[in-house]
Design a protein around this ligand. Structure first.
Ligand code: PLP
Length: 454
């Protein structure tokens, strides 16, 4: 008899370590990797993955880990969800590639219709498909310039939008990401990102940081760029790579007001925060704003490479030939995305909200209980735990964060860092309370252990 999806996903729910880490097979792969793989990647601890199921990943030595990183917030429905795998297999047997640049196929239209239907705002949407988050951002930059016939762009300090030259021009996360690459796109201005815990304008915490929006009118429009020349403001509603920092609702509402007033397009980069991760389809929905363009990737197809730039139909007015991609909207990726949307809609967005609330409640008082935790924040299953050397001075403790993440790996739970000193909590959206509790307990143990020697 065929096993049920639930039975498959609940076979192994917690870590099981068989060897010291890294094990012998992992060591061998890592040694070969050093000889042949681009040294630009930033691996932390030595996980060498072999297979994955649900929220679990098995390495090449048979060690099983609980995955609270989800391949950088990508495997939204978990690893190899049986329904996603089936959709991929069936599509692969039927049609692997055709290129939507030149030809039509039904899945592409269905996915665009469904993304358009769940995107914020009443106006009908049109969708451009690419292969990565950076490509979704590139398309948004070009579309904003094309549609408005303006060339200036506003982005935020600390934000990450990708690493291709256009997207990199907006990225202001870590200097190493820009170093050595010379001049980037002209006419991009970066302004302070709101941060309720560390208000960039010197206000006490918690802060709504509305001044980060009004900074545009007070500073940028007066001194650097006339608003009539500004095509778009790009913002992450929750800063991802920058440290899992949610933008306060008041700030986002004010930002939208300023954009509307000056005919500037508001672009929400939901590459990391979108596709249900925060317990709603889009993080910007928590603030009730309606961006003109939404950039989507990561969780959209449960790990298959796909991105979408979703715009109001009246904004996506470029002409044939203006922009395209050979692989973008690949049929197999589209099939995976349709299966992903089914699962998110029927179960996992609600699960992200529910288990996210459980997890947050479990961790909210950590700043009162652990002197190296400065702040716990986030929405749904997008939660950041900021590690500091001193709660009063808020001195960032990147070294302690690294030690905590490494120790969690040794205990069988995969986390990633975000920003200089934050632990990123971004599990697949199907985790249950037992897994959430296990991960929280493990993280807390690591914080206590590392805190003792700090
Ligand atoms: C908000 C955001 N935008 C864009 C990107 C770039 O995505 P990709 O790495 O798929 O190009 C990322 C990746 O982390 C991201 O978090």
């Amino acid at each position: 008899m065929e096993k049920s999806v639930d039975a498959i996903l609940s076979e192994a729910k917690l870590p099981n370590l068989m060897t010291p880490l890294p094990g012998p097979n992992a060591k061998a792969v890592i040694a070969r990797d050093a000889q042949s793989i681009s040294p630009s990647y930033t691996r932390g601890y030595p996980l060498v993955a072999k297979s994955g199921r649900g929220a679990m990943v098995e390495d090449v030595d048979g060690n099983v880990f609980l995955d609270f990183a989800a391949g950088i917030a990508v495997v939204s429905t978990g690893h190899c969800h049986p329904r996603v795998v089936k959709a991929i297999q069936e599509q692969a047997a039927e049609l692997i590639h055709i290129s939507c640049t030149d030809f039509y196929y039904p899945g592409l239209v269905e996915l665009a219709e469904r993304l358009g239907a769940v995107a914020p705002g009443k106006e009908a949407k049109k969708v451009f498909f690419g292969n990565s988050g950076a490509e979704a951002v590139e398309a948004a930059i070009k579309l904003a310039r094309y549609h408005t016939r303006r060339d200036k762009i506003i982005a935020f300090q600390g934000c990450f939008h990708g690493r291709t030259m256009g997207a990199l021009s907006l990225t202001a996360s870590k200097a190493v990401q820009r170093k050595g690459f010379g001049a980037l796109l002209a006419g991009v201005f970066h302004i302070p990102y709101p941060n309720s815990y560390r208000c960039p304008h010197g206000n006490p915490s918690p802060c709504t940081c509305v001044e980060s929006a009004t900074y545009l009118e007070r500073e940028i429009f007066k001194r650097l760029a006339d608003p009539e020349e500004v095509a778009a403001v790009f913002v992450e509603p929750i800063q991802g790579e920058g440290g899992y920092v949610p933008a306060p609702k008041e700030f986002l509402v004010e930002l939208q007001r300023i954009c509307r007033k000056h005919g500037i397009l508001l672009v929400c980069d939901e590459v990391q925060s979108g596709m249900g991760r925060t317990g709603k389809w889009w993080a910007c929905q928590h603030a009730g704003i309606e961006p003109d363009i939404v950039c989507v990737a990561k969780g959209i197809a449960s790990g298959m490479p796909l991105s979408a730039t979703i715009a109001r139909a009246s904004v996506m007015d470029w002409k044939p030939g203006a922009h395209a991609s050979t692989f973008g909207g690949n049929p197999v990726c589209v099939a995976a995305a349709l299966a992903t949307m089914d699962l998110l809609e029927s179960q996992y967005i609600e699960n992200a909200r529910r288990v996210g609330e459980f997890l947050f409640a479990r961790m909210a008082n950590w700043p009162a209980r652990h002197r190296i935790v400065g702040d716990v924040r986030g929405k749904g299953l997008m939660i950041g735990v900021e590690i500091v050397r001193d709660q009063k001075t808020k001195e960032r403790a990147g070294d302690l964060r690294e030690a905590i993440v490494d120790l969690a790996f040794e205990k069988g739970v995969l986390f990633l860092g975000a920003g200089e000193n934050t632990v990123r909590i971004a599990p697949p959206l199907l985790i249950d309370e037992e897994q959430a509790e296990f991960a929280a307990r493990t993280l807390e143990e690591c914080i206590i252990e590392v805190g003792k020697s700090a």
